[in-house]
Design a protein around this ligand. Structure first.
Ligand code: SF4
Ligand code: SF4
Length: 193
């Protein structure tokens, strides 16, 4: 992790994370987890996760935040909502994954070898600027920040997409961008971002 904190601070932070997740609509249900594993069994990306969704919910409740933040699980979540619709306890596992990502970025925790936080940050900056995230700029900024040589490998595919008019070089702004920016500003001022 990029940010180093002592055991006592990690304990406090663990309380903060659990409290913030509990404040989400329906977030209080997290304490009703039966550890049945339905979420993990439904998850299409569980095979690539350090810990399964069931384990993440268990670690969170047990105050083992370090394990949660050191894992790649939340960054591997594809937001498919299978876990959420199948959870017998009505726990919004997908939303909890989003909240974990948001808090990890907010508090500066970056698991080694994980670049999902960079992608999320670049995406958010693009939405701020254009009201949407142009694919070309998203990929260019992401690769330049994480693996510039990786961009060369993708050049052929990029060219093909460009020729077929699937992506454009010039980023487009949406209509009503000012309204989007006002909403984002409001969310930031409320401290929810
Ligand atoms: S499906 Fe729901 S109750 Fe079962 S382990 Fe996952 S979060 Fe807990
Ligand atoms: S929403 Fe995320 S954690 Fe839940 S099943 Fe889909 S990929 Fe797995």
């Amino acid at each position: 992790m990029a940010t180093q904190v002592g055991a006592r601070d990690m304990g406090r932070l663990s309380d903060v994370f659990l409290e913030e997740i509990s404040r989400m609509p329906g977030g209080d249900k997290i304490m009703a987890c039966q550890q049945c594993g339905t979420c993990s069994g439904s998850c299409p990306t569980a095979y690539a996760m350090d810990y399964t969704p069931r384990q993440i919910i268990g670690w969170l409740r047990a105050g083992e935040l370090e394990k949660v933040l050191n894992s790649n699980t939340m960054w591997m979540c594809a937001s498919c909502y299978s876990c959420t619709v199948r959870c017998p306890a009505g726990i919004k596992v997908t939303d909890a994954m989003y909240e974990l990502k948001r808090l990890a970025i907010k508090y500066g925790f970056t698991p080694r070898g994980v670049t999902g936080n960079t992608l999320a940050t670049v995406f958010q900056k693009n939405v701020d600027k254009y009201g949407r995230s142009p694919e070309m700029e998203l990929l260019a900024r992401y690769y330049l920040s994480t693996n510039p040589f990786g961009m060369l490998k993708m050049a052929g595919l990029g060219l093909k997409l460009f020729r077929n008019k699937r992506i454009s070089l010039a980023p487009e702004k949406i209509r009503g961008r000012d309204e989007i920016q006002k909403m984002l500003q409001y969310v930031r001022e409320k401290g929810e971002w």
